[in-house]
Design a protein around this ligand. Structure first.
Ligand SMILES: [Zn+2]
Length: 411
């Protein structure tokens, strides 16, 4: 507990001296409009240092002129923000609307409402921000947005919960290691830092958190709806679930370390990460509700293991392989190949998933979670009912040819 109080004290010493409100943001480049806001803050600093007297009409005009030059300076960044907002569609557009609706001041909300048609449709946030809002208005909203991300990133309540979660996770994992269920974590949990992720970088990219291999950083989506406390509370409510999942990626998963590891494919990686993270939360006495998080991935994993003579034992081998050395992977892979009576079972399933994704996706559009989930469902059904279609030798060659034919331009 010593660490926690010293970190909190640190923060207390630092906070009164913060001049630039986004100074402490860990990964500012991931926050929408950060560059524009940083520039505006720099400009505000310059104006403050000039110590002008706006009641003096000459100084007032100079200040006015300077403000518009400074605003013009951020034009390029603001254009980039409008381009980003223009791309947001469907469910993400609803999330954006709820987010901006919750963070802006009544004054800004009034500016938006002015564009509603009398008795006609209400103007959308996207339309207003990309087409109608002035640069001043957009910049103001971005300042609000960046301020809220920064506020959560430096919140003592969140930092304290993070420290407690880290400690809790490390103890549980060490117990699981002692009982032989998992291999030792690849690094110490103290190496991992937490970043509060902008909703535009998290929820609107269909993720409530993420971890990038090689960077000891876990990014969790900011809580976005409601007032200040409500936002933070929403964030903390999701905390154990998302954080434990990301900790498993960051500390336990070893499959990225060897290239061509058959357990590194996205579906099995997410399934196993989620399964281990549930075991950990259960061991911590937390209430694990049966939700649909990575359901198609977990279903396919379960089917894969169900063919083994003892699926529970196979699950242990998988956990071991996922967290352990290369030879642990070999043991698991051999076990699964024997169970299904085929070679390269994992690779063949991955190929079948990739093939279905290509078949399901609209050409020119990237594969999103819905396409991925649907592909997994199709492969699950086929592996359950007609496994030979996926596992027989030569089937992958036919699939590759089919995939190539599907990519060729239609005449
Ligand atoms: Zn994940």
């Amino acid at each position: 507990m010593e660490k926690i109080s010293s970190a909190a004290e640190d923060r207390q010493h630092k906070e009164p001296f913060l001049v630039d409100p986004i100074y402490e943001l860990h990964s500012p480049e991931r926050t929408l409009g950060y560059a524009a806001v940083a520039q505006a803050n720099k400009h505000a600093g310059i104006i403050a240092q000039m110590n002008t007297h706006p009641e003096d009409s000459r100084e007032y005009h100079m200040l006015n002129r300077l403000q518009s030059i400074f605003l013009y300076d951020t034009k390029y960044e603001l254009k980039g923000v409008r381009d980003t907002l223009q791309q947001i569609e469907g469910r993400d557009e609803d999330t954006m609307g709820r987010h901006f609706g919750a963070i802006v001041s009544p004054y800004v909300f009034g500016l938006l409402k002015k564009h509603d048609q009398p008795n006609g449709p209400e103007i959308s946030w996207k339309k207003w921000l990309t087409e109608r809002a002035s640069d001043e208005e957009l910049l103001n909203i971005l300042q609000q947005h960046n301020y809220i991300v920064e506020q959560q990133a430096t919140s003592q309540r969140i930092e304290l919960s993070f420290e407690i979660s880290k400690h809790f996770f490390a103890t549980t994992v060490s117990d699981m290691y002692d009982s032989g269920d998992i291999a030792l974590p690849s690094k110490s949990i103290d190496e991992i830092s937490l970043v509060v992720g902008d909703v535009f970088d998290t929820l609107m990219k269909e993720r409530s958190g993420y971890y990038q291999p090689g960077v000891a950083e876990v990014v969790l989506a900011q809580g976005q709806i409601g007032g200040e406390d409500a936002r933070e509370t929403a964030f903390l409510r999701e905390f154990p679930r998302v954080l434990t999942h990301e900790f498993v990626h960051a500390l336990l998963c070893r499959t990225y370390e060897v290239s061509g590891n058959p357990l590194a494919a996205r579906w099995i990686n997410e399934a196993e990460t989620e399964v281990i993270s549930r075991l950990i939360r259960q061991a911590q006495g937390l209430n694990v509700v049966e939700d649909k998080v990575y359901q198609p991935e977990r279903d396919l994993r379960e089917l894969l293991l169900s063919k083994a003579p003892n699926p529970e034992f196979a699950a242990k081998l998988l956990m071991r392989a996922f967290t352990g050395e290369e030879h642990d992977t070999d043991i698991f892979v051999t076990h699964i190949n024997t169970a299904w009576g085929a070679d390269d079972v994992m690779e063949k399933i991955h190929q079948a998933v990739a093939f279905e994704e290509k078949r399901l996706v609209i050409p020119g559009v990237s594969i999103d979670r819905l396409v991925h989930a649907e592909a997994l469902r199709v492969v699950h059904e086929r592996l359950r009912d007609t496994p030979e279609k996926i596992l027989l030798p030569g089937v992958d060659i036919i699939q590759r040819q089919l995939a190539r034919a599907a990519q060729e331009p239609k005449k």
